[in-house]
Design a protein. Structure first.
Length: 242
């Protein structure tokens, strides 16, 4: 699509909105997407929201959030949930949690609806840097706006708590998941156990192991390593031998 479009430009063929929009939609490689965007600007061609979203989405690879943000701001027409979701995805891949959180609230301020996927990606950006308070804010906003919360969003929030050693909040999320009958898996419990380990809450870690057994949740090497590490940090070595 890109090669054909560039050839059309060189021979002064018609390069209109439909041509550029089709090329951008087909483009998945960000350097090509930027070349297309440059051609669009130089030809003063108007593109639609779908093409704009495709251009932002092509720049969502790791460490490309600055490029995605630049493309995001190039046109002034109404952006939709897909536009914001694509940019949040770029922030997630680069662990830029502050911008993910700001974008979630900005979208709310201008009346753009958010879906559970974009919110989960924003929580995931918080997860990788241990920003559990930011993750909590997003979960609260999802509840307030009746955006569906599920295992993925809570797992990401629990993982954010794990990185920060915020074991009480992690257990609160786990309890919410159990009460709401969301699926909990090895990942959920391992992240909760790791939070207990970092927070030196070895008695809680032992209780979680019992809950996993009672609920039939598979326990792996990471499960036992986190539990043993929790005992070690609290010098409860005798329990580790049981």
């Amino acid at each position: 699509s890109l090669a054909m479009l560039l050839t059309m430009a060189e021979v002064s063929a018609q390069t209109d909105t439909i041509t550029f929009s089709a090329a951008l939609t087909a483009c998945t490689d960000w350097p090509f997407a930027l070349r297309l965007v440059s051609s669009i600007v130089s030809h003063a061609v108007e593109i639609d929201t779908i093409a704009h979203n495709a251009a932002v989405n092509a720049c969502t690879g790791s460490h490309l959030w600055t490029v995605a943000l630049k493309v995001f701001g190039m046109w002034r027409f109404r952006r939709d949930a897909v536009t914001y979701g694509s940019l949040i995805s770029a922030f997630e891949n680069s662990c830029v949690w502050e911008k993910s959180l700001a974008l979630i609230f900005h979208a709310a301020g201008i009346g753009v609806s958010r879906d559970k996927m974009s919110c989960c990606m924003a929580i995931s950006a918080c997860r990788q840097t241990g920003e559990w308070t930011a993750a909590s804010q997003i979960l609260v906003k999802m509840a307030r706006e009746q955006i569906e919360r599920e295992t993925t969003s809570y797992n990401a929030a629990v993982c954010a708590c794990e990185h920060a050693g915020e074991w009480k909040t992690a257990l609160g999320y786990l309890q919410t998941m159990l009460t709401a009958k969301f699926e909990t898996d090895t990942y959920t419990y391992n992240a909760s156990l790791s939070a207990c380990e970092k927070g030196k809450a070895w008695t809680v870690a032992m209780h979680l192991l019992e809950v996993m057994t009672r609920c039939g949740v598979f326990r792996n090497t990471i499960t036992y390593s986190s539990a043993i590490s929790a005992l070690e940090k609290c010098e409860a070595w005798a329990k580790a031998l049981d």
